[in-house]
Every structure is written in C-alpha cells, then in structure tokens.
Design a protein around this ligand. Structure first.
Ligand code: GDP
Ligand code: CA
Length: 321
C-alpha cells in the first residue's frame, strides 16, 4: 500500500500521478477535513471532493474545484433570496452534498459515505477522512479587513472559519494564527492508523503544510504513527522557488514565522519524513535541505500534465527515471 497524507488540489494531482503507476487497490489516502463546513444544512467536504472529482476526471479544469460542465441555477436562486452565495455550489456538485448529508443523517459514517461516493465515480482507491469527529480549521486575522461585496468588515484579531478566509475573503488578508478546533478531542477514523502502519511508503502530498497537512497530523495518534514510519515517508514540496503554484501557502508560511522555501518545508516535515522531493528550480537548495536532516531528491515536480504527474509518482515510489 502507498498511503498519501492529503489536502486538496496538490494531493489530487499527486494521487492522479500515482494512479498511473501503482495498481489502484494498492493506493490509499488520509484526507484533511479541517476545511469542511455546514452550509444550507449540508455537509461539504472540499478536500475529499476535490480528490474524488479529480481522480474521476470530472474536476472543473478552469477552477481546480467543483465539477466540469457545471450549471449554477441553485446559486442564482440563493442570490435572488439574499441567501449565502459566496461559497459556490454548482447544481451537479450539490447532488454530492445532498447524498452525503442524507447518508450521514441516516447514521452512516463519513468513511463509509466517502467510499460510496468514490465507488459511484468508478474509483477503487481508498479515501479515508482523517477523523469522523468535528475538526475545523480556524484563522485569526492579523489586520483589519474592510467589507467586500460578499463579506462584512472585520477587525484584526477576529477568528473566522477556514472557508470565510479562503473563499469569502479570497485568502487576501494577513493571518496571525491558525488552529484546529476540536482536534484534541478528535479520534482517527477507523482504518487510518492501521493504513499508516501497514503502508510500504507514506507520501506527504505537496499540499499546504499549515492548513492541509497540519490538521491531519493534529488528530491525536496520527503524527506519532507517521513519525514511526519516518524512514518510509517521503514528502513533496508544495513550494517551488519560494512560491506556491496556487493558493496562499507561501504567504501563510511567512506570516506564521516559517521560511517560504524548500528549507522551510524541510524544517516542517523533517521529523515525519526521511526524504523531501524538491523541484529542479530549487536544485541549489538541495544541500541546505540535507543540512536539515532529510535526504533530498531533485526532480520536476510541477504536475501540469498526466505524464509529468506520472513521472513524479515514479520518483516518489522510488523508481528512478
Ligand atoms: P487545497 O486544499 O485545494 O488548497 O490544496 P492543497 O493544500 O492540497 O495544495 C495546495 C498546494 O499545492 C499549493 O501550495 C500548491 O503550490 C501545491 N501544488 C499544486 N499543484 C502542484 C504541483 O503540481 N506540484 C507541486 N509541487 N505542488 C503543487
Ligand atoms: Ca483544502
């Protein structure tokens, strides 16, 4: 089994690469739920859905989230009512959230429902939400944020939910703290610790280390389980030449006191992973990464095509090109 610790887009691309080079029934992922939200009475799991839709070949290629060939009639109605419309839920996507919410209400657990949804998309990879319990990433603003068209003004020091930061405020406001509400009481979902223990390789996807990987590790027992597998754990840097390909990872690193570089990534992951894959653009930093106590592999890491994703996957599972 190749087990991947996963956020959203960066992990989805990594898993799509792994699916090309590893039999699908040998792939599993432990996925962040810190981004999850309840909206319109529905349970929405953005990282699980980004992975499922991407691996099914149904992700919207323009946005990187949501479904391809989407329509927005429900959102238009919400706007007409003055309801909450800043979190875009397309008509097709809503079907996923309706199904999930109904199944949870019936008493099914999220792990089971996630497997049902994956199977319905024809996927045989095992997707495990890290916990069944409520774990919610929350963000404290470092500066006043004026009101926008879709968002009220907030003052510095206010704590908001992850999606109010990421989607409603387009992650454009500086942050002074991130915490994972409920993490201390959360328990790993069934199968999570066993999957980490049993994996031949543990992959830390090139996901945001502070808001995608950190909440997964914050569930008691998960970090220790990964540390116990340090020799077999390999991380891929989401930071290339000091910047994130997408999203606020570089800014968040700086704002929260980390170096936005592959060396900063090495410092965050060195207790967990023996090896860090960095991009060719950062080849000059390989020695500095090794000085942090990790083996360093230099490879092309921008998964802009299926071929590039497969090539990176081969590096991750230890096949040399
Ligand atoms: P989110 O939950 O959808 O925001 O996504 P993740 O946390 O999984 O991933 C976001 C991070 O993935 C960003 O920091 C990106 O730089 C990184 N990322 C996205 N695509 C790639 C890629 O092809 N290669 C690498 N190395 N990083 C990527
Ligand atoms: Ca996410």
């Amino acid at each position: 089994m190749i087990l991947t610790l996963a956020g959203g887009v960066g992990a989805a691309r990594m898993l799509a690469g792994l699916m090309q080079v590893v039999p699908h029934d040998r792939l599993s992922a432990v996925v962040n739920v810190g981004d999850d939200l309840e909206l319109h009475g529905l349970r929405i799991c953005p990282d699980l859905d980004t992975i499922t839709y991407t691996l099914a070949g149904a992700i919207n290629p323009e946005t990187g989230w949501g479904l391809v060939d989407e329509t927005w009639q429900a959102r238009t109605m919400l706007e007409q009512y003055g309801g909450i419309s800043w979190f875009g839920l397309g008509d097709r996507d809503l079907g996923t959230h309706l199904y999930r919410t109904q199944r949870l209400r019936e008493g099914a657990d999220l792990t089971t429902v996630t497997a049902e949804i994956a199977r319905a998309w024809g996927l045989s990879i095992r997707l495990l939400p890290v916990t069944e319990d409520a774990l919610r990433t929350r963000v404290t603003l470092a500066a006043d944020d004026p009101a926008g068209p879709d968002s009220p003004g907030l003052s510095a020091g206010t704590e908001i939910s992850f999606q109010e930061y990421f989607v409603q405020r387009h992650h454009s406001v500086p942050v002074s703290a991130v915490r994972f509400a409920g993490a201390e009481e959360a328990r790993p979902a069934a199968g999570v610790l066993e999957a980490i223990d049993a994996a031949t390789t543990v992959v830390i996807a090139p996901s945001n280390p502070l808001v995608s990987i950190a909440p997964v590790l914050a569930v008691p027992g998960v970090r220790d389980a990964v540390i116990a597998r340090r020799e077999e754990t390999i991380a891929v840097s989401p930071i290339i030449a000091g910047t994130a390909l997408k999203g606020p990872a570089d800014r968040l690193l700086r704002e929260l006191g980390h170096e936005p570089s592959v060396v900063g990534i090495a410092r965050l992951h060195r207790d967990l992973a023996a090896t860090l894959v960095i991009d060719e653009a950062d080849a000059d930093s390989a020695a500095a990464v090794e000085a942090e106590g990790m083996r360093c592999v230099v490879a092309p890491t921008i998964m802009s095509t299926p071929e590039r994703a497969a090539a990176l996957a081969r590096v991750v599972i230890g096949e040399r090109p």
